[in-house]
Design a protein around this ligand. Structure first.
Ligand SMILES: [Zn+2]
Length: 569
């Protein structure tokens, strides 16, 4: 894993009283070296042309003016006494952070390295035309923009305690960038955004995912939420590269926020990102740092755990004694307890779980379940919950996929496909989730073997170009529609309606079938506008004889465009 650090890294400095201090590089790079990381790329300033991928010309000129004359009226988020005070050379320093992330991205795109880690990066609050939250130029948004120049699809994962608002805003309209941010709720913490209802708009509806947590939420809720949602989002979206932000300020000891996280959970998340990158993005992974204001006890260990994850190395049993001794006195001068002897923390960072944290963990788990229900396709969720498929398991045998040439035949509608028939059929790309048709084929095959799955298909030759899948609920006559879809070359000819009609015809008298279609149900590669999607779903269900039924209020609050419909035979 390429480590990005150099002399310029410590020039991003808002002054001795500012919480984002370059002092943190001292103990952190020292510990990174101790675990075997050697800086291999020193950041140099990005060009103005590069900065303009994500920032306005006028804003860049404003930063340059403050950089040369660091005083005057506040403008574009930069001002004395604020989060982003001006300092001499701030343009070059901030442009160098951006340059570090862009160059690291290019090293990955050239396949020089599989993974890179830029701990000085992760300035995720910077907006197109203003500074915000200690962030001048948005190096993560710029690195993503660089990948987009090559038309790569980017999964962005933000673990900072603050909402990754700048990256989300800059790529808000782009269906090729999926941003996920887990953070302390904006009701209690800067920047105030990142609610579950921020999902993206237009063709990008569904490509912003936010998981806001209650204050004092701990690792018991945080890590399971990440493990539940991130691999499924990756499978459904089908990224070419993963970019992640590993802010260490969610830690229980961080002075600026109120979550009760541990380095253990942070390291676990980093290992999960590594696994997701290898499984779903060809191994391409750019990691950055981010917030983290406990410079001696937390940041060095958190960054080391990210690097160890990317280097595929075990976590050493203890931090080196010499390292602890070197930094204990400097830490003490800043009022900090001595650096810990272990990389990972005891459970809950050594604090007992009290009633308030119990309640916060429970509420956060409910929010995580809601976010998953709204943003992960139904078929993907059920497949994992029922053990048909694992989004992190290494791919073994390939499943048959393939698409007939459009116009090569009239589709035959099969009312009910059994496991033996399914195994002989290929599945065309982008009929149903997840993004990889081979994965979708395996999911349907495994579901058919469990005998509770009902599958109807439109087939041309040996290839499935349209599909409807439903599952019997336990102990009731009701079925749940898990997916309905048609391959791109066969859409807009009523084929989805034909498959759904055949599917419904096969139901027994008195049976019910329920569909809940959220923003998650879309073609991830070339999605149509979210509102058009909703209207298409409504018409599809109406024509098949479904009637609208109330959407769960929590789901409706998160995604008002959810279509819920029911049909009784
Ligand atoms: Zn790896």
């Amino acid at each position: 894993m390429l480590l990005v650090f150099g002399p310029r890294s410590t020039t991003y400095d808002f002054g001795p009283a500012h919480p984002l201090t370059p002092r943190r590089f001292g103990p952190a790079i020292d510990l990174l070296r101790a675990v075997g990381a050697e800086p291999g790329l020193g950041p140099e300033p990005a060009s103005d042309e590069e900065l303009r991928w994500s920032h306005s010309r006028r804003y860049i000129e404003t930063v340059k003016r403050f950089s040369e004359m660091p005083h005057g009226w506040a403008e574009a988020g930069i001002g004395e006494g604020g989060d982003d005070p001006p300092f001499a050379g701030m343009h070059e320093a901030a442009a160098a952070v951006a340059g570090g992330s862009i160059r690291a991205m290019e090293a990955i795109l050239r396949s020089d390295v599989e993974h890179a880690f830029h701990p000085g990066g992760g300035l995720h609050h910077a907006m197109r035309d203003r500074a915000s939250g200690f962030c001048i130029y948005d190096d993560v948004a710029l690195a993503i923009a660089r990948a987009r120049l090559d038309s790569l699809r980017v999964l962005y994962l933000d673990f900072d305690v603050h909402h990754g608002d700048g990256v989300q805003a800059i790529h808000w309209n782009d269906p090729g960038v999926l941003t996920f941010s887990i953070h302390e709720s904006g009701r209690y913490l800067f920047p105030g955004t990142g609610g579950v209802g921020e999902l993206g708009v237009g063709v990008a509806a569904g490509t912003a995912v936010n998981l806001p947590l209650e204050p004092v939420t701990g690792e018991r809720a945080w890590l399971p939420a990440v493990e539940a949602i991130v691999p499924e989002l990756a499978a459904a979206f089908g990224p070419d590269i993963v970019v992640s932000q590993h802010g260490a300020d969610s830690h229980a000891w961080d002075p600026l926020a109120h979550l009760n996280m541990t380095t253990t959970a942070m390291g676990g998340a980093a290992r999960l990102v590594d696994a997701v990158a290898h499984r779903h993005a060809g191994g391409r992974w750019l990691a950055t740092g981010g917030g983290g204001y406990d410079a001696y006890r937390v940041v060095p260990r958190s960054w080391s755990l990210v690097w160890l994850a990317g280097a595929h190395r075990e976590v050493p049993a203890s931090t080196p004694e010499a390292w602890r001794e070197r930094w204990a006195s400097e830490g003490a001068r800043y009022g900090q307890a001595p650096p810990p002897a272990a990389f990972t923390d005891p459970p809950n960072a050594g604090e007992p779980v009290d009633g308030a944290q119990d309640a916060a963990d429970s509420r956060s788990a409910v929010v995580a379940a809601l976010v998953r229900r709204v943003t992960v396709p139904r078929l993907v969720r059920e497949a994992r919950d029922r053990g048909w498929w694992d989004p992190l398991e290494r791919v073994t045998a390939a499943a048959p996929t393939g698409e007939p040439a459009p116009g090569s035949g009239v589709p035959t509608i099969l009312e009910a496909v059994d496991a033996a028939t399914w195994s002989r059929l290929a599945l065309a790309p982008r009929v149903v989730a997840p993004a990889d048709a081979a994965e979708a084929h395996k999911i349907v095959a495994a579901g058919l073997l469990s005998a509770s799955l009902h599958v109807s298909a439109a087939v041309v030759g040996d290839a499935v170009v349209g599909l409807a899948v439903s599952l019997a609920s336990a102990a009731s006559l009701q079925r749940e529609l898990l997916a309905v879809g048609v391959a791109p070359g066969w859409r807009q000819h009523g084929l989805a309606g034909q498959v759904l009609a055949a599917h419904v015809d096969a139901l027994a008298e008195g049976q019910e079938i329920v569909a809940e279609v959220t923003v998650a149900e879309r073609d991830p590669i070339d999605p149509i506008d979210g509102h058009v999607r909703r209207d298409v779903a409504r018409r599809l269900f109406e024509r098949a004889g479904f009637v609208a039924t109330p959407t769960d209020p929590a789901v409706r609050a998160a995604d008002p465009d959810t279509v819920t419909a029911i049909l009784r035979r």
